[in-house]
Every structure is written in structure tokens, then in C-alpha cells.
Design a binder for this molecule. Sequence first.
Ligand code: ATP
Ligand code: ZN
Length: 210
Amino acid sequence: MLRLAIQKSGRLSDDSLNLIRECGISFISSSLKLKTECTNFPLEILFLRDDDIPGYVADGVADIGIVGENVLVEEGKQSLTVEKLGFSKCRLSLAVPKSAEYNSIADLNGKNIATSYPNLLQAYLDEQGVQANIHTISGSVEIAPSIGLAEAICDIVSSGSTLISNGLKEVERVFKSEAALIASEQLSDEKQQILEKLLFRIHAVQRARK
Ligand code: ATP
Ligand code: ZN
């Protein structure tokens, strides 16, 4: 039996479960259960917070998982990637207040930037030769400029409407992300075979969607 970790409730959950269902795999899901065994495929599903998924897969608590590349790379676990899945597409961007003058990334030198992704942001600033103070906060990043915590933010954007409604404008794209399938580096031969069967079905679903 292979153990798959997916997000319990959030932006990855529905598409992750739909992918498994479209693979012809049946299971009973209830919002109260933290794990469920599939009835017609040797798969057990664990429902977790997305941030915990790379760690559980790295430690072998779960064999495989579905998580956003933003979380995966932030946690330094990109080596676990098996393949990209094509959903939950978004980007990590820098934004400043709409009224702020902004010409180039150099304008962020010496500024305070609030984010939940300090590692991805630091790597980007280093690459751009910019020195700024990163303030790591775990949520509601968009309000940081209006409460005086930071002059800029670095956060997940898809349509950009959240930025606009908080009086911000997107100025740089830091990282492009989509959901990825990840796997433990130490799968038994038996689990490896189940994973290959699952991948075969996932590829069939992806071809059918095109
Ligand atoms: P959890 O409670 O599991 O920690 P969360 O609040 O951290 O959840 P969500 O907001 O559900 O996470 O986002 C999960 C993932 O979905 C993100 O890490 C990102 O990869 C992707 N994502 C986030 N926002 C969007 C968006 N607007 N559109 C598409 N994908 C997104
Ligand atoms: Zn999370």
C-alpha cells in the first residue's frame, strides 16, 4: 500500500482529489477523517496541512504527496519532485503600494519586505543584488504596508485581484509555481511499482484533458 499526502482543505485539495478520482481510484472522503483507504487501488490518502507535506514525504511518513512548488522550494525539498501536475498555477510576486514610486528592483534596497516565503525571496534578492530586510509573517501579508510593517510585500498571486483590493501593485515576479507530485527517495520496490501504476494513470488523465 502506497501512502499519499494531500492538502486537507485549501486551494490544492479539490484538484488533488479530482486527479485521483479521474485515475479511476475510489475512496470515501469525509471532512472529519484524516486518512482514508482507497477501495480499488493500493493507496491510502492522508489529509494534512500543505506546509507539512514535503517534510512528511522526506521523512518517509508519507510515500508520495501533492504540494505547490512554492512550498516545496521554500522548504528546500525540490529534489523530491517527480513531476509537475499542471494545476494550482500561481506566482510569488513583489508588490508595493499603488501610490509608491517604483522604477526598478533597486528601489527595494534598504526597504522592509513582508512575506511568508523568506527563502525564495532571499534567493531572488541575492540574484538581483538587492539588500532588503525580510520580515517573515505567516498570513495576511497584504496588509503589512497599510499598517506600517513594511514598504513592500512578497506573496502568492494568481489573478492579482487581492493585491488591487489592498491598494497594491505587482512589480516583480519572483517565482512561478504549480502543483507537483513528490515522492520519498527510499521507496521499497513494491511501493515503486504502485507509484509507476499510478503515474501511468495520471499520464492517461493528462492526455485526455488536453
Ligand atoms: P494550509 O491550511 O494547508 O496550510 P494554506 O492557507 O497555506 O493552507 P492555500 O491558500 O490553500 O494554503 O494554498 C495552497 C497552495 O495553493 C499554495 O501554496 C499555492 O501553491 C497554491 N495557491 C495559492 N493561492 C493560489 C491561487 N490564488 N490560485 C491558484 N493556486 C494558488
Ligand atoms: Zn499552508
